[in-house]
Design a protein around this ligand. Sequence first.
Ligand code: PDD
Length: 283
Amino acid sequence: MLISIDGERVDPAAATVSVFDRGFLFGDAIYEVCATHQGKLTMLGAHLDRLEASGAAIGIDVASMRAGLEAEIARLIEECPGEGERYVRIMITRGASTDFDLAEAETEPKQIVLVKQLKPWEPRLYEAGIDLLCVSPDQLVARIAPSVKSNNRQANVMAHRFARAQGKDDALFVDTQGNVTEGPSWNMFGVKEGKLWTSPLAGGVLPGITRSTVLKIAAELGIEAEERAVSQEEALASDEWFITSTTRGVMPVASLDGRAAPAGSPGPLTQRISAAWRALADG
Ligand code: PDD
């Protein structure tokens, strides 16, 4: 694993931030996760665009850091030893506040880049699919600005822990209107009668880069896809489901709230999308 803080290489064992850092104090920080495919970093531009948008939403100027971050990421990927693919995490905190002032940081934003080997997901998760549980985060901890990739992830952590404690792999958020949105670290898709559905961006989800690629793939394959609100009942009545994220790609869902996917897992449409996504990523 290689880490740099504000452009300086740091031994991972000594890679620490101050207890006064606002990322630690308030979750006042943003981040991005990207990955390599066949050794090449993919979609970096889209990830940095989203980091800029997250920064704009909370008042951190990421645009001015962009060239430096790109150079640092390239350098760390080049130098990171080991086999397999790389996981890249970019973290920007607003800086430190020794007086715990809510409004202002006393220092410049802290820029952290971490590159390590991407731990492959267990093959069974792709072969059989994962088991999801619908969780209303507002019963646990309310979600904050889902469209911003903020370090403030208490709701995501609580929902995931809740689902795991019930013996499931992960949670699917249900919003206060009863619509399913996304998972703690992925976007959700369902299939009903040959058509894809996924929650609209305005419905309180992260604008996932894999989500957007899957929507493009669906259009190319002539598969109809709708970005619309879907209730928990409608989600449960779907034929198949899958989830998307940078580190997972397209991962099938075997069951939702204990109901097995009627079309099997991975279902036929999930398999088509997944194969097309792999071909694109590999190509
Ligand atoms: N998670 N929704 C949430 C809440 C996420 O945190 C993520 C990404 C996604 C999928 O976005 P993308 O396809 O751009 O990775 C959706 C990353 C992988 C993470 O936090 O590790």
